[in-house]
Structure formats: structure tokens, C-alpha cells
Design a binder for this molecule. Structure first.
Ligand code: MG
Length: 367
């Protein structure tokens, strides 16, 4: 890529018939050249142009079948969207502008060509919505499931890049959107033995879930809206860029492993602690309606559930009004959920001030 290097030697007959270069042509058919791409797909390496004065931000993510997704659950269109969306979320979390992506696929022999077509349609839709250009990648065969690797590059002026280190004692701790929807959707679907339906065409532009009544027993709209948070997360690029460019935040991270784990990274790298108030954690209407019959609110899904892809950031208290203005400008809810403390350790407290006994600390792949 830019050559898509290929070792496609054990693919299915349809893929074999298509051949290495046919597959690459099919994968890259919808790719359009962008203004900042000088040489894109087709050469040995991509040539891109950084904007004057900006620095390069780079991040990479893997999505493995039966580790990060299940093919029976995840329709290829939304898997394509998510594969790029989670990487865009990492650039946004640094206050960066997402620009270019590399996509590598290890493809099992039983994967239908239609799956690849739909995956690419989703991937390129997410790219287009965020002005990201696919500039290269790799393909090979896989003997144990589909593997997707995305490398994303972005850029930003040095003084606008926001790191995890930077939170100061007495700063406010904020989150965008709502927490726990993806984890609740997964739990309800697993409990019901339910397989998500492919999305209707009009719902493919996934944003916040609608406030529908939830009927988990019948796999109704409420569960589908929770599941759309899991299957098709929406990276908070606009909110992140607005906050970063206004110089309002001291530290930022995207919430991929649960707020406890992810704020924990900010606290650790900033050399501070934190106090999170349970009653201030924002939940969606779908979350509330789907848990109305539960004996207690399952706070642990928001604290440790993961896959929210919202932003957690810290900011000086004097910026509260400016952040409210920012929220209005972006149309994205931002909620204060706690305070940065001088001493290390992150605690969660109940309404009456007593400590909440959290059951987990976030998703950890190696536990
Ligand atoms: Mg991240």
C-alpha cells in the first residue's frame, strides 16, 4: 500500500477463484483518494502530508473473532464500522484529528465474499463520516477465525494534544454520553440466548440509542438500542476536538474498559487519585427501563463493563460554564461524576457518602 501484501493461499473456492489481486481490488473498490493523501493504495508505502505545524498521532487495534466479536452476533457492516470506530476513538481521546488508516485482515476459508463486501461498506462509511482515508494494509489467510487489525493516524498542534497525564487535584472528572449500555446489552442478550438482528438501513448511522421501552424477553427495541452501543459504537470526535481546541481539559481518555479502569489510567499517569459519585453516573433511558425490574441498579456495568467508547476527561472547576457551552455547541451530554484527589486510589461513593464496594476493576484481557 501501500500495496496490500497478500499470502492468500488457503482461502475458500470463491476467494481462490477471485485470487489475490481480485480480492485486493474488491476490498479497495470503494476507497476514494483524499486531499492529504499524496500516494495511496497501490505503491509500497503511502505518502501523506501533515498539516503545517502539526504532529503525528498513531494508534493500532486488533479485533479477533471470539475474543472481541462473534460472527454469529456481529453483522459485517457494523463490524466494519466498529473496526475503524474504536481506533478513531483513540485519536479523539488525544484531542487529535483522525486522518489516515491502514487495514489488515486475516481471513478464514469459510468467510463468504459478501461478508467482506459488507465489512468494507461499513468500514468506509465510518471513514467517510470522520474524513479518514484508507491508505494501505495487508491480507492473509487465517486458520482460526477472522482477525482485523487497524492502524490509525491523526494529527494535531502540539499544544492541543491531550494526554492521560495532566489531571490536577480538585479538577472535576467528567464523562460524555451515558455509561453501561453496551455491557447491559451484552448481558441481557446473553441471558436471553438472543442473537442480534442486523440493523435496519436507516439505523446504520448509529448515534445515541433511542429512548425506547425495553422488552428483553422479546428482544425488543430497547435491547436493540443497547446492543447498537456494543456493535456500532460512535467515537466522540466532535466533543473531543471541541474540548481540546478550547483548551478546557487537563487529561483525557476514551472509555473502552469501564470508567474505573480508564479513569484509573488517568489517575495513575497523573500521579493523583479520584472520588467518583455513584449517583452522578449518567445512564440512558434504555438502561433505566431495562433494569427497572432488577433488585438494584447494576452500577458495576457502568463502572467496569467496557465498550462505551465515551470520553472521560478532567478539567479545572473554573471551566464548568465553558464546558456547558461546549456541550451545547456539540449536542453531546457531558456530566461531572467526581473529583480528582491528591492522594492515589480511585474510590466510588454512595449517595450517603459510604464507599461503594465495586465488584470488578474493568475488563482485562489477560485475567
Ligand atoms: Mg483508548
Amino acid at each position: 500500500m501501500p500495496r496490500i501484501d497478500s499470502t492468500v493461499t488457503h482461502l475458500s473456492s470463491s476467494l481462490s477463484t477471485l485470487g489475490e489481486f481480485g480480492l485486493i481490488s474488491r476490498i479497495t473498490a470503494g476507497v476514494s483518494p483524499g486531499g492529504s493523501v499524496i500516494t495511496g493504495i497501490g505503491d509500497d508505502a503511502a505518502v501523506t502530508s501533515l498539516s503545517a505545524g502539526m504532529q503525528l498521532l498513531t494508534s493500532t487495534d486488533m479485533l479477533l473473532e471470539d475474543v472481541h466479536f462473534r460472527r454469529a452476533w456481529h453483522d459485517p457492516y457494523r463490524l466494519g464500522r466498529k473496526s475503524l470506530g474504536v481506533s478513531i476513538s483513540d485519536i479523539a481521546a488525544m484531542g487529535g484529528i483522525p486522518r489516515w488508516a491502514l487495514l489488515s485482515l486475516a481471513i478464514p476459508s469459510d468467510l463468504p465474499l459478501d461478508f467482506i463486501d459488507e465489512f468494507m461498506r461499513g468500514f468506509l462509511a465510518m471513514a467517510s463520516e470522520n474524513q479518514v482515508f484508507l491508505v494501505g494494509g495487508d491480507t492473509c489467510s487465517s486458520r482460526s477465525g477472522l482477525a482485523v487489525s487497524v492502524t490509525i493516524m491523526g494529527e494535531q498542534y502540539p499544544d492541543l494534544i491531550v494526554r492521560r497525564a495532566g489531571a490536577m487535584p480538585d479538577d472535576d472528572i467528567w464523562v460524555t454520553g451515558t455509561l453501561g449500555d453496551a455491557a447491559l446489552g451484552l448481558k441481557l442478550a446473553e441471558d436471553a440466548g438472543f442473537c442480534p438482528a442486523p440493523p435496519a438501513e436507516k439505523s446504520l448511522q448509529n448515534q445515541s440509542p433511542p429512548n425506547t421501552h425495553c422488552s428483553p424477553d422479546r428482544a425488543g427495541g430497547g435491547m436493540q438500542s443497547l446492543l447498537s452501543r456494543l456493535l456500532d459504537p460512535n467515537p466522540q470526535v466532535l466533543a473531543a476536538l471541541t474540548l481540546a481546541e478550547a483548551g478546557l481539559v487537563t487529561a483525557m481518555i476514551d472509555v473502552s474498559d469501564g470508567i474505573l479502569a480508564d479513569y484509573g489510567h488517568i489517575a495513575e499517569q497523573s500521579g493523583v487519585g479520584g472520588r467518583i459519585l455513584l449517583e452522578d453516573i449518567p445512564f440512558s433511558h434504555s438502561f433505566h427501563s431495562c433494569t427497572a425490574s432488577f433488585p438494584a441498579i447494576p452500577y458495576h456495568l457502568a463502572l467496569s463493563g467496557g465498550e462505551d467508547y465515551e470520553l472521560c476527561f478532567t478539567a479545572d472547576r473554573s471551566n464548568r460554564e465553558k464546558i456547558a457551552d461546549c456541550m451545547e455547541k456539540c449536542g453531546i451530554a457531558m456530566t461531572r461524576i467526581g473529583i480528582v484527589t491528591r492522594f492515589p486510589g480511585v474510590t466510588v461513593v454512595n449517595t450517603d457518602g459510604t464507599p461503594y464496594n465495586s465488584r470488578a476493576e474493568g475488563f482485562n484481557h489477560f485475567r
